[in-house]
Every structure is written in structure tokens, then in C-alpha cells.
Design a binder for this molecule. Structure first.
Ligand SMILES: [Zn+2]
Length: 331
């Protein structure tokens, strides 16, 4: 069997034997198989009818709920193996033969109902490197959850509500899970919809009150409550209103919160580095476990991480044409 080649072509293009695979394309690309790793919008495109899409059935369902019809998807194809990437519900990495392993977005640690990224040996590793510099080594999730619970407890003691903000698919369900002991709990409608699908797949999330910002902005109770909301600036109309009228405390969750400027950029009162991606050390561990001859890096600190890998003796380079901007992350 001939070796695989990897190039950037609207997605990550893998040619192996006579078969062409395109991984997480932003646009339609002609290929024998198209792989969609997970249902975040930056990994989504509207496929043509003839595309043969490899994705988990949960990704298909979540994509449909977000307005992307992937049609009939398959979870297996000859020589192809899907592995849990631990990023969000339904997210998968793909291994093509024993030649190529592509992580998609991946997490290196188990969180709540999510496991960590499963790896297999491959000759070529294509990996996400969102947080591929040593500045991004995340604290333990248990420590972070404890700190947030104590913050919520103080706010409740003062009679203030708390708004927990994270992207609506993935992060918001972790927040709903970790902080479910607080009452009453409101879910922004975008979060409630994603929670519903998680619950249908057996994730034990607490039923809460649905919050529709177009109708309910002035109908919230005064006194303490918890809300799980999509990420929004503290200067946005909704968040400014919740602060002014109810005295809400705004807490933002993102890996970028390792940077001291993040909280100010978001206009949040607090921020915590709860991430659904590998941190720097976890990225290094992932490379070790795949033990590749060649590494291609995509997203975030792709050039920096490839440079570090080269210093460690790996062959590595960024797949430059597939770079995205910071604003693409965690949608
Ligand atoms: Zn993602």
C-alpha cells in the first residue's frame, strides 16, 4: 500500500492509494470521503448531495439542530477508524489505515461526561494546536470547579445572581453539569436546545428554566439565581442589562482565560480557563502516544508548536493554508 500524502485544500486533504479523503473542510471539496470531526460551526460546511460523509451519528444530529444538514452519514468505511476525541459530545478523531491520525479538536483530560482523546499509532499525525505554547497549561478541573462554587456561594450570600458563560455546544453543558446543585437555574435558549440533545443521549443534566432573551429580560426574579449562557461581552445589551437590573456577576470560561487580558476583553467580572482543548503538555503527550514520523499542525499556535517539536527531534510543520483566525474557535 502506498504512503499517504497530506495537503491543505479547503480542508485537510489526505490521498492514500487511490482514495481521497478531505477532513473538516470549510467549503465543498471533491473527495471520495469527507470527514466532519464534530458539530462546532467552524468545522462545518453544507455538503453536496453526492458527498459521502464520515461523522458520528451524534455529530449529525447536533449539526442538524444547528442548521447544517449532513444528510446520511456513516461511522465506518474501509480502512477508517473513528476514535473519541473528548472535545464535545460526538466528537471524533480519525485514523486512516495506519498511515494518518487526525485529532480534530481534542481534549487531553476527562471532564464530567466526556472522556479524553483516544490515540493510536500512525506514521503521520495531523493535530490541532490551539493552545500550542507553554503559556497554556491548564489547572486541574477539580480545583477550578471548587473555586467557581465558592464564588457562586459568596454571590448567593450577597443576594446576587451569577451568569456562567461559555460556548453553547460543549462548554455550556459542562457548566450545566458541574454547577447543577444551585437553584434556581436558568438556561439561555441556545444552551437549553443543546442540553436537550445531551439529555436524550443520557447525559444527566438538570432540568432548568428556559430563558428567552427577547421576552424574559425583565421577568427574572430579584435575588440569587444561576444562568448558563453563550459567551457574550459584558458590554452586550443582554449582559449589561442583567448586571444593571439584577446585579448579576458575569463569569467567562475559556482556555484563553490563561491570559490576564481575557477577562477585560470580555468585560466579565471573573474568568476561568476551563477548556475543551488539549493544553501544551497534553499536546506533547498526544504526540508521544501517536509516535509519528511526521506531524502537521493546524489551528492556533501551529508554527510555534511545530518549531518546539522540531527542537525535540520530530519532523513537523504547520499546514499553513488551513489556518483559521482566533475568532473561529469554540463556536
Ligand atoms: Zn471545536
Amino acid at each position: 500500500m502506498g504512503g499517504a500524502s497530506v495537503t491543505a485544500n479547503g480542508g485537510i486533504q489526505v490521498d492514500m492509494s487511490k482514495t481521497r479523503y478531505v477532513l473538516d473542510p470549510h467549503t465543498r471539496v471533491r473527495a471520495d470521503y469527507t470527514f466532519v470531526s464534530h458539530a462546532h460551526i467552524d468545522h462545518m460546511h453544507t455538503p453536496s448531495k453526492s458527498e459521502r460523509i464520515i461523522a458520528s451519528s451524534v455529530t449529525n444530529e447536533l449539526a442538524k439542530a444547528r442548521g447544517y444538514d449532513l444528510g446520511d452519514t456513516v461511522e465506518a468505511a474501509e480502512g477508517v477508524e473513528l476514535l473519541d476525541s473528548g472535545h464535545i459530545l460526538g466528537s471524533r478523531a480519525i485514523r486512516i489505515g495506519d498511515e494518518v491520525y487526525y485529532t480534530g479538536d481534542a481534549s487531553g483530560r476527562a471532564r464530567a461526561f466526556l472522556g479524553k482523546c483516544k490515540t493510536r499509532q500512525a506514521r503521520i499525525l495531523v493535530m490541532e494546536t490551539t493552545y500550542g505554547t507553554p503559556d497554556y497549561v491548564f489547572p486541574s478541573t477539580a480545583k477550578l470547579v471548587k473555586e467557581v462554587n465558592s464564588l457562586i456561594s459568596s454571590a448567593y450570600d450577597r443576594g446576587n445572581p451569577v451568569v456562567l458563560m461559555g460556548y453553547p455546544l460543549g462548554k455550556a453543558q459542562l457548566l450545566s453539569y458541574y454547577f447543577s446543585s444551585w437553584d434556581p437555574i436558568f438556561y439561555h435558549e441556545a444552551v437549553a436546545e443543546m442540553n436537550r440533545i445531551h439529555m436524550e443521549h443520557g447525559v444527566p443534566l438538570k432540568a432548568g428554566k428556559r430563558f428567552d432573551p427577547s421576552e424574559d429580560m425583565d421577568r427574572l426574579p430579584h435575588g440569587p439565581w444561576l444562568m448558563v449562557s453563550p459567551m457574550a461581552s459584558g458590554r452586550s445589551r443582554l449582559m449589561a442589562h442583567l448586571k444593571k437590573k439584577y446585579g448579576a456577576v458575569l463569569v467567562a470560561f475559556s482556555g484563553w482565560a490563561m491570559g490576564s487580558g481575557y477577562k477585560y476583553m470580555m468585560g466579565a467580572d471573573y474568568s476561568f480557563p476551563l477548556s475543551d482543548h488539549c493544553d501544551y503538555q497534553e499536546l506533547l503527550d498526544l504526540v508521544q502516544s501517536v509516535s509519528p514520523e511526521m506531524v502537521y499542525t493546524v489551528h492556533g499556535f501551529a508554527a510555534e508548536f511545530a518549531r518546539d517539536l522540531k527542537k525535540m527531534g520530530f519532523s513537523a510543520r504547520p499546514l499553513a493554508a488551513y489556518q483559521s483566525t482566533l475568532s473561529d474557535y469554540e463556536v
